[in-house]
Design a protein around this ligand. Sequence first.
Ligand code: BES
Ligand code: MN
Ligand code: ZN
Length: 493
Amino acid sequence: MRDIEVRSGALENLDVDLIAVSAPGALAGPLAILDGWLGGVIDRCMEQGVYRGKADETSFFPSPPGHPHVLLVGVGEGAGTADDESPTASQMRAVAGVAVRFCREHRLSSLALLLPEAAGRAESVQAAAEGLMLGDFSYDALRAEKTRFGRTAPSLALIWSEEAAAGAEAAASTGRTIADAQNFARDLVSRPGNVATPVRLAEEAEALGERGIAVQAWSAEKLREEGFGALLAVSKGSAEPPRFIILEHRGEGGSPIVLVGKGITFDSGGISLKPSKGMEEMKYDMAGAAAVLGAIRALSDLGTSRRIVVLIPTAENLPSGNAVKPGDVIRGVSGRSIEIVNTDAEGRLVLSDALSYATRLGPSAIVDVATLTGGCVVALGRHAAGLMSNDDELARALEEASIRSGERVWRLPLWPEYGKQLESDIADIKNSGGREASPITAGYFLKEFVENVPWAHLDIAGTAWADEARAHQPKGATGAGVRLLVEWVRGAR
Ligand code: BES
Ligand code: MN
Ligand code: ZN
């Protein structure tokens, strides 16, 4: 894992390539020092409106003699109120991400992020550390050395111009651990379908055994014995065998929190084939699996006392002479018959087996994470995950964790009226309710398999993938869900 130094002391003595600072803000002191080096240029730029401090805006000042370069990073709206002008934790995460991406782009090899005194609060330090790690991510495993983005990963430091806030080291370390797990999730999601097969995903999970997490991966044979007919139906069209991955962090025992992640390593739609345009993106259909793997990894590294079980049904969804067909009726772990009217609604099928299995573990709560519907991308864009739940208290706890982690969620209803769309003429339920309210009917389908356990579903179809780079988010895999789940579990008592 990358190191992040936490330092304090005179700015004069910093031996780094770049000092980045959020501006404007309650930075009169340190900012004035930097402006002094630059002969008042910063002040003039602000006065003339050349630099306005909008979110993610940057202004670069080449090194004054004997000093590092200076980068101002805008924090945008709502930076502060009259009594507290320091950036929020989310803003600090973004500023740190902008600064580190700037370094990579300009081949600068060391960065010091100047923290405003009032941002010495643990949550801001943690967020700044997260931003440094998250902005520093790129997936280069499949490229030649010379074409790698920002080969010179900069060394990173958080600094104060005076005494560092107490507890800063611990907060920075927490941020590093969580962001490292989020980058691990991004790495998995970035992998093409031929690299991240269900078997390879299981191997990645097994590697977490080194951290003291218990791991099993069930083969197709075991899945047949255990009645996982829905997962097997989805995987039938592919030569890649499915897996059901079970991980456990024992903590101090008790009833577990169960996290379930959709692990479709490639979703072609199956016989209900998707249009070819953009189909290559469907390698990210295992982002839910990556999120729950990242979450348990971080929670275990942080020594969480809660018992946590992670379940990942993983398969590849392809058409072939062996594939499941529209109209087929299957039975999974729940024993209920399911009419498969659309083979492209495969995520809810594999999740239904995992959710039925989860209810047998006597859980205190189940949260599933899935790139479940294109309709969720239409409804919320890439800015929020869809949240659905059968339990208001659980939904509220997730909404609160969402604010603390800076990962937005937006709740959608699961009113009984939506159930009508899933009524089958031949079976107990059908797997698609059509286009209308598709994120909701997908969530409703899942709800049918959780009995009375408090459960929530996060549809991350939009948030798992970024079409453009922004702040601490490079283009591509986002690792959505990791920070939210970690924050929620750490807050759940
Ligand atoms: N994996 C897709 C959903 C998806 C779409 C994720 C776009 C990310 C970006 C899912 O398996 C799917 O195909 N859902 C269908 C459901 C429909 C057939 C009821 C959809 O949303 O179109
Ligand atoms: Mn699909
Ligand atoms: Zn899918």
